[in-house]
Write a protein that binds this ligand. Structure first.
Ligand code: SF4
Length: 333
């Protein structure tokens, strides 16, 4: 039986067919594909559903202001993806009159849409020939061919193999099937070969040699800083980050002292927050200040703790606020 037929049949029986973005709406497929870059399906689902409530179609996304979009993206990280979504939504609205292009050349010309995302939109939304090259698909094919999963093999063997073995129809099930196989069966550690529909012709299985992808050995930069958490009247002070850099346009605690106060400082334990290229070592300090004390720093606001999530704040800020709220409930702060 042909490779593609085995994948399609397996997908129909055992693949994922109830994900919220599995429709023929290219807007939904596109948003989900961008969210799924670097992020797992189970993490993406609640973010995707909230995003769709705020921006149900490309027009609403294009008309939103960037702050709104970033607020809805808070917690997913890699904020450049949200900016690209916003920019692309404007192009699709203005240049394509809200109709997504259904050809590779126009799709890859859009901000944030690369070869694999264009392939996914073509295959999953339009049921057209499109090559998906996400991490799961690359792992399945590299193992199937028993080649290294590296850029050279991607060009010389993995991509040509996918291209030649693509079906003549039903591109949607084939693309989804390849991703599902990598995610559910041909997993990174201990692939479940006994359940695999392509086991009979898989070279890694035949040789019992499961080539491991070399781990990226990125040396992360380290940054340590304090967060000054000023509290009064059940409110905390936040300041808005600039629109470039880490957590652009999101609300965080001040990193520097804004008040000269003799009040007690409550040091919370330092913690590490890791991004792909950087580790932050954050030392939060809680300082209760008198009601009449003010700062003339225009970029700050006082906000009730339980309203911060709606404002748009990165995960470590939300985690700290949750901790403070719990400790306040227990009368510890
Ligand atoms: S047989 Fe095993 S190694 Fe080969 S593709 Fe299937 S799960 Fe992966």
């Amino acid at each position: 039986m042909k490779f593609s037929v085995r994948i399609i049949e397996w997908q129909n029986l055992h693949g994922r067919n109830n994900l919220p973005w599995q429709t023929n709406d290219p807007y939904k497929v596109w948003v989900s594909e961008i969210m799924l870059q670097q992020t797992q399906v189970s993490t993406v689902i609640p973010f995707y559903e909230n995003f769709m409530k705020s921006f149900p179609n490309v027009l609403t996304l294009s008309k939103a202001n960037l702050d709104e979009v970033l607020k809805n993206w808070a917690g997913l990280g890699f904020y450049r993806r949200a900016r690209n979504l916003h920019q692309t939504a404007k192009i699709i609205t203005d240049k394509y009159h809200q109709v997504f292009p259904d050809n590779y050349e126009d799709l890859v010309a859009l901000p944030g849409i690369g070869e694999s995302t264009a392939g996914a939109i073509l295959a999953l939304a339009f049921n057209k020939k499109g090559t998906i090259l996400d991490g799961n698909v690359k792992r399945v094919v590299s193992r199937y061919l028993n080649v290294e999963n590296n850029p050279r093999e991607l060009k010389q063997s993995i991509k040509p193999f996918l291209y030649q073995n693509s079906p003549k129809a039903n591109y949607r099930s084939f693309g989804q099937g390849m991703m599902d196989l990598g995610s559910l069966i041909c997993v990174k550690e201990k692939p479940k070969c006994d359940l695999c529909p392509i086991q009979k012709t898989c070279l890694s299985f035949k040789k019992q040699d499961f080539i491991k992808t070399k781990k990226n050995t990125i040396t992360k930069t380290q940054e340590s800083f304090h967060w000054f958490i000023y509290q009064k009247n059940n409110k905390v002070m936040l300041c808005k980050n600039p629109d470039e850099g880490i957590w652009p346009n999101l609300w965080v605690f001040p990193k520097r002292e804004l008040f000269q106060t003799k009040q007690d400082i409550n040091e919370l334990p330092s913690f590490k927050h890791s991004l792909s290229h950087k580790d932050f070592h954050i030392s939060p300090r809680i300082i209760n200040i008198p009601d009449d004390m003010e700062t003339d720093d225009e970029k700050t606001i006082w906000i009730e703790k339980n309203k911060i999530a709606k404002l748009g704040a990165p995960k470590p800020v939300l985690d700290i606020v949750k901790k403070i709220l719990n400790q306040n409930d227990k009368g510890l702060l």
